[in-house]
Each structure stands twice: as C-alpha cells, then as structure tokens.
Design a protein around this ligand. Structure first.
Ligand code: ATP
Length: 649
C-alpha cells in the first residue's frame, strides 16, 4: 500500500526483490492517487511506489514512468495510443459475453469505460488462471498496440486487447482501458512526476553493490530539513536535465546506474531530441519595454505569425522539425528539409535552429496570415502537392557542431547564426531586426512590422542576462503585439471545461462554453469565464461535434468552479482556445488566480471573444493562474489605483 505513512519500500511492497513488478502494484498506486486530491500526498504515494521499484526491480522504473504519463514512447516520437472506444467495447463484449448495447449504456451512465471494464470483468468465471500482468509486459503490449497500423489493424487490436483483458485483476482493467483510450487522467502532471522521482531517488538511492543487503534510506541520520533540501536539489537537477533532454529513455537508465549527480554530464542536448522553447513575457507598449530594459542592451525583431519550428540536424545529416510543443512536424515540412542545404554553409555539421515557419506568397513576395498556414496538411505531406509555400524566419541558434550554445549570450548566438547560415529570398530569412533603444525608432519599427503582416515585435536582451532559457517564460524576451496597445494586451489560451446547450438557432449544439486557466501550484483548472461570442455557426458545429466525444459525467476533482456556473455537460480537459477580452476584473464566482490577488475572489474576463483553437498547446500549457494575476495587475486602471493608494499611504 503506497499510501501508507512511513512507507518501507521493501516490507510494504507485495512483490519480492528480483521479481518483475506486477501491473497490479501500479494500478493500486493509481487507485490511491485518484482518491487523494492533495498534490503533496499524490507525489508521496507515487514516490513510495517508485522507491519499491528502485529497490526491487529497477529495470521497471522506465516502463512505470511511461505508464504514469500514459505514453508508450517519448512525446516527440509521435507514437500514440488513443484506441477508439467502440473497439474497446467490442473487446470487452467478446470476452465477457455482454452485449455491446449493455456496455454502451453502462459507459454512458458511469461516464468511464475503464470502470465499466473493471465491473464487467468481475462477472466472468474462468477455466484457468492466466499469468498476472507485469508492468514491463503491459507497457510492451500497449506499445505493440500503438504501433499496429494498416487495413487489418483494427481486428488485430481488438484481439490483442481481448488477450490482455482476460488476465486483468481488480482495478487493472480500469487503468488498462483508460490507458488505451489515452485518458488515464489521474490528475498528475509531469512536473509532479519529476518531483516524485526526485523524492524517491533521494530517499532510496539505487544501491552500488547489488550483492550486499540493501541499506535503506541513506539519509537516515540526517534531520528532516536536510532531507527536504536534498530532495529539492535533486528535483532541480532532474528537471533542468529534462528540459535539455526530454527523453526518459536516456535519463532513467543513468539515474539508476549512476545517480543524480552525473546526470547533467551524461544527458546532454542532442539534435533529434526537441527542447522546450524559451517563451516571452507580454508588455503593453514601447515605453514599458524601455522601462524594463533600462541600462540593458537589447534588440528588437519582427514577431512573425506562423508556427514555431525547431529545426534539428545531427552529425549524420538526419533532419527533424519540432513544434512549440515538441511534436514531431518533420513529415509536415518536406519542403523545408529538401532546402536545408541552401542555408547551411559547408562547415555546418550539426545544429538546432529556432525559427518561425510562415506562409509565403511567392508571386507577391509577401507574408500571408497564419490562417493560410493552418490549411497545410499536418502529416506525411508530399512535397509536389504542397500549395501553401513557407518562408522560414531564423531567429536563434541553440546548438552548433556538437556544442550547446544556450549558455552563450544572444549577441554571440546571433553572430554564429549569421556566420553559419545564409538567406535565400522567400525561403530562408533572418528575422528582421533593429538594435536601438530610441523610443521613436522603436515605435516606427513596430509600425513597419505590423505593415509587414507581423504580429508586432519580440524584444530580446543581447549581452547581459541574455542566455537561452529553455522552457522558461523569461523576462529577457518581451513580446509587444499590435493589439496590446490598448486594453489588456495579450490574448489568453484557455481550456474548455464544459458546454451550455444552445437555444433558438443554436438548438442541438453547444452555444456557450465554460473556460478555465491552469494553476500550476495546485495543478487544477480554474474557471475564468463563460464564452458565447466570436463563433461562426460553422465553429459551433465543429466544437459541438468535437466535444460530444469528450463529455464526462462529473467535473474532474481538479476543476474549480462555482456551482452557479455548472454547465449542461462537463468535458475532459483536451483542448485549448485562444481568447481575447475587453479587460479582467475581480469576480466572486470565477476561481482563476484565487488567492493571488484577492484571498477570496478570483479573476474573470469581461466580453471574451473566441479567436481560434490552439492545437499546438497542451492543456497544461494554457495561460497560468499566475499569468492571469499578472495581466490583471498590469491593467492601467489597476496600476493607477495602486499608485493612488501608495501615495495616500
Ligand atoms: P505564449 O505561451 O507566450 O503565449 P504563444 O505560443 O501564444 O506563446 P506568442 O505569445 O504569440 O506565442 O509569442 C511567442 C511566439 O512568437 C514564439 O513561440 C514564436 O513561435 C513566435 N515568434 C515569431 N517571431 C519570433 C521571433 N523573432 N523571436 C521569437 N519568437 C518569435
């Protein structure tokens, strides 16, 4: 029972050293995590499970991590589960003798096919007992299912699922089915998993001499504060390495064999493994930029409105392209790949470039809006059939010829970029830049950027505080968008939590939606507004069709909203929308950023408008509670109130 206080990784586990970890052990862990909504407790429970795995069957740590994340491979490999519900229902029906109709109606009632699978299992009698599932076995089988493709793959999948299903015990069927659906949803984000891993590896370090009896808790004689500090140090190391090398296949074996300290040395940035990109902070005008960068040298670049493209080439010449979200976009851009040689100079052997791919009108020689780019085929594009041409705007160089450049200042990285790559009209360009701190020049540059079909400017430090900060929303990059110039500034990227059924012309579909931001502190979605504006009829049809398949019976334990907002249907958190609004105000009913600006009130959006779906953002990448609070406080009227108060005090 990993939920036990003062857990002992050997005595409290139900399998023995050297045995393979039973899948039931991780299923039980999920069960207990699901019952607990406190993030700290959830991490402790997971860490206890990891501790047992580290001592008893260390090779199972890697598959355990993938099972927790509901992945079968690193995200950038693009291998996904997501088996269709009907196929799983068929498999459940065929193994338990229940009708498809019964299963469907149960699923509708409980809103969770996993639970239906678990309950259906217990009705069944068996002639012989199949061998119990192991963590490794289950992971391999899920991976095999994910890889099945082609005309006969559906039947093959159903047969494989049936084979696995008959051997499931207790809650195993629940988590197996949810994993297949890609909806494990135990409410545990990747950052917490990394924290739990650090806790486990600190409390139960992998042993050096495999033949000696295990010495439990190397930190035995230390006090609690020292242990806590050590956990935090290790967590920081693991998280930093994970940013540079987001690949558990590389990290976990090293962690097990050599420990945390050597990790930064052994798991380095590698072309072919995408990095989490550096992000910018919003500002509302040229004067705010000048204020923030007072005395610091900076440059401004046009902010192109396309799709972020991290272009990698390794020593063997293999090229890959990743999205903002580390998704593999290589097969989307065969045209970029075939033209790499036009931009690289001979001495370039390997690199990672940070760029924006922008739709380009070849005849008029001008940038086209983002909407045109989004009509391109997303996968397996055939170069000959490509209609929307792209021009790639290169703005940073993160790795060159075997060396990481992220610790170098931008002025140096930019120099290396200009020296090693070249421009080709309409195909490869350096981001248009201006190095000035003159207010008028900067204002004119912003106007030109907007005239040139750009969103505004990106303003970046050059020398001081100018390293590339992987995965950070840094103060050293500021974004200045054209429509910041009045009102709130930035748009928000929000998660759709539920839908209100439409009336009149909108009968039969959703006419409004409940949106939320993501609070990293508590790992929860907090309601921020209801939205019913900005949609075309076509949009509403598309959204209604999409969310029909994501309805859940009850809000997740990690949704925070007032009962007066309860939608007609709750949705799983699966999609992010970009939304603009007139302003942000304190709200007694919405929960966004509650406790940050006001102890009891949240923040809500006034007059929210739908702009577009953000396919390139995961739900955890939605605008955070902290960002919402910052945006609220940055509004002129709030700032003015604050300064009046300061004067009065
Ligand atoms: P955020 O999470 O910051 O809201 P976002 O994906 O919504 O990010 P924006 O806020 O619009 O994006 O701004 C950052 C994006 O601008 C980058 O991710 C990149 O794709 C794009 N971009 C365009 N031109 C540049 C440039 N010159 N330098 C850096 N990024 C640029």
């Amino acid at each position: 029972n990993p939920g036990k206080k003062n857990y002992h990784p050997i005595n409290d586990a139900f399998w023995k050293k050297g045995e393979k970890t039973p899948y039931l052990a991780i299923a039980k862990t999920f069960e207990i995590i699901e019952e607990n909504s406190s993030r700290l407790r959830m991490m402790e429970i997971l860490s206890n499970y990891f501790r047992s795995v580290i001592v008893l069957s260390p090779n199972d740590l890697l598959p355990s991590i993938y099972l927790c994340l509901n992945q079968v491979a690193p995200a950038f490999e693009g291998l996904e589960l997501g088996v269709a519900e009907t196929n799983i229902m068929k498999a459940i029906g065929q193994t338990t003798g229940r009708s498809l109709q019964q299963i469907k109606s149960d699923a509708q009632q409980t809103g969770d096919l996993g639970i239906v699978a678990e309950r259906s299992r217990s009705n069944q009698r068996m002639m012989f007992t199949p061998a119990p599932h192991t963590v490794e076995g289950m992971f391999n089988k899920l991976k095999t299912i994910a890889k099945m493709s082609g005309a006969t793959s559906m039947q093959k999948k159903v047969d494989t699922i049936k084979g696995i299903f008959v051997a499931c015990r207790h809650s195993e069927a629940r988590y197996f089915v949810r994993s297949l659906l890609g909806k494990l949803r135990i409410g545990l984000a990747e950052q917490s998993l990394l924290q739990a891993l650090a806790q486990a590896i600190t409390l139960t370090p992998p042993q050096d001499n495999k033949n000696e009896p295990y010495k439990l808790n190397a930190l035995e004689n230390r006090n609690e504060a020292t242990i806590k500090q050590k956990i935090e140090e290790n967590a920081l190391k693991i998280k930093t390495v994970y940013c540079q090398c987001p690949d558990y296949n590389q990290i976990i074996p090293i962690l097990i064999s050599d420990g945390v300290d050597v990790l930064p040395e052994k798991c380095k940035m590698t072309p072919g493994v995408p990095l989490k990109p550096m992000l910018a902070q919003p500002t509302k005008g040229v004067s705010e930029v000048l204020e923030r960068f007072d005395g610091i040298e900076f440059t401004s670049e046009w902010k192109y409105d396309g799709e972020r493209a991290q272009i990698h080439m390794n020593e063997k010449g293999v090229i890959s392209i990743y999205s903002r979200n580390q998704e593999n976009n290589t097969s989307k851009y065969p045209d970029i790949i075939s033209r790499i040689e036009l931009t690289t100079k001979d001495r370039v052997k390997s690199f990672i470039l940070d760029c924006e791919a922008v739709a380009w009108d070849q005849e008029k020689k001008q940038i086209l809006p983002f909407q045109i780019l989004s009509t391109r085929k997303r996968k397996d594009a055939n170069e000959a059939e490509i209609k929307v041409q792209v021009c790639v705007y290169m703005f940073d160089l993160l790795y060159l010829n075997g060396e990481s450049l992220v610790e170098k200042p931008f002025i140096k990285r930019r120099e290396l970029l200009y020296d090693n790559f070249q421009e080709v009209e309409g195909i490869w360009k350096f981001a248009t830049k201006l190095d000035t701190s003159d207010m008028n020049e900067l204002q004119n540059f912003l106007d030109e950027a907007v005239k040139g079909n750009c969103e505004g400017l990106m303003v970046k430090t050059l020398e001081k505080e100018a390293t590339y900060e992987i995965a950070k929303r840094s103060r050293n990059w500021l974004k200045l968008k054209k429509d910041y110039l009045s009102g709130v500034g930035d748009s928000l990227d929000l998660v759709v939590l539920g839908g209100y059924r439409g009336k009149g012309k909108r009968t039969g579909m959703f006419g409004g939606f409940l949106l939320g931001c993501y609070d990293h502190e508590n790992e929860e979605y907090q309601s921020i507004c209801k939205i019913g504006t900005g949609f075309s009829d076509e949009d509403l049809k598309t959204h209604s069709e999409f969310f029909k398949d994501h309805i859940i019976k009850e809000p997740r334990s990690y949704y925070q909203s007032d009962s007066s907002l309860t939608p007609d249907d709750w949705f799983d958190a699966v999609q992010v929308w970009e939304v603009k609004c007139a302003d942000l105000s304190l709200s007694p009913i919405h929960r966004a950023a509650i406790g940050i600006v006001d102890p009891e009130k949240g923040i809500s959006l006034r007059f929210p408008r739908f702009i577009r779906i953000r396919d390139d953002k995961k739900v955890e990448d939605a605008t955070s509670a902290k960002q919402v609070a910052d945006m609220y406080q940055n509004q002129d009227q709030i700032k003015n109130q604050q300064s009046t108060r300061d004067i009065e005090e």
